[in-house]
Write a protein that binds this ligand. Sequence first.
Ligand SMILES: [Zn+2]
Length: 305
Amino acid sequence: MERAKKSSAEPIVNAMSVDVEDYFHVSVFDGIVPRTEWDAMESRVCTNTERLLDIFDEYSVRSTFFVLGWVGEKYPALVTKIAARGHEVASHGYAHRLVYDQTPAAFRDDVRRAKALLEEASGRPVVGYRAPSYSITPRSLWALDVLIEEGYQYDSSIFPIRHDRYGIPVSDRQPYRIDRNGGSLIEVPGSTTRLGPMNLPVAGGGYFRILPYKWTHWGIRRVNEQEGRPAVFYLHPWEIDPDQPRLHAGRLGRFRHYRNLDSTEQWLRQLLSDFRFQPMQALVNDARLAFAQDSRFALSLPYSW
Ligand SMILES: [Zn+2]
């Protein structure tokens, strides 16, 4: 109770993040829309991202945009605009390939190419990375070494949950520092809440769209008030676009992608008025300061690779 009172007096500022990709880039449509056909698809990413920029302006929110390199290459003016309107540009890799499906050399090319393209278009250093479908798992931890070597300073790809395609359930739920021979990296996981023995995602993506808004509201409040920590929220530009062309994935894929698209903008507006948000970079800076002052916060992953 003491803690809850303190938090309501000084509202915690959470992190807002957007994975900038088109509706046909999503992993669930891999194999349905081959990469060779991406260029020929109707693109809606610029319109949807600009709509998000306008909504964020209305609520005076600054966000991090993890932009897919392919999008940044095709629409550099979009990246320039994101940066010019005061947001952080970070990297979602180049070609939206799952990390654990790539060789370390191919992954290095992918993240290097995306970083260079996005830095050129934004005119700023790009230091954050988020993997397609959170695909840094026990099978692809080598990717963290590559990210450090390629000049990335933080990563937001390790989800501490059980999921059919991603997640490391035993990994820490709060930001932590990963020290390797080549340097160190701050890992900033997407937010979860602890319920019994389980970590349940509470801040974004399908969980925001498919479950009622009150789930996200309850979860973020719980992270803020019980743990006294900021939450990390994420969404995609296609999630506020109910008119996007329908693609034919399997039943589960269709449910995950199309459910409640027509309500998401309204829920996002509710979220932006209920909580405060800032870019990921601000959380990373706070985490770095905390780690410098108290080494207990500098956790290692509970396994080696
Ligand atoms: Zn993605």
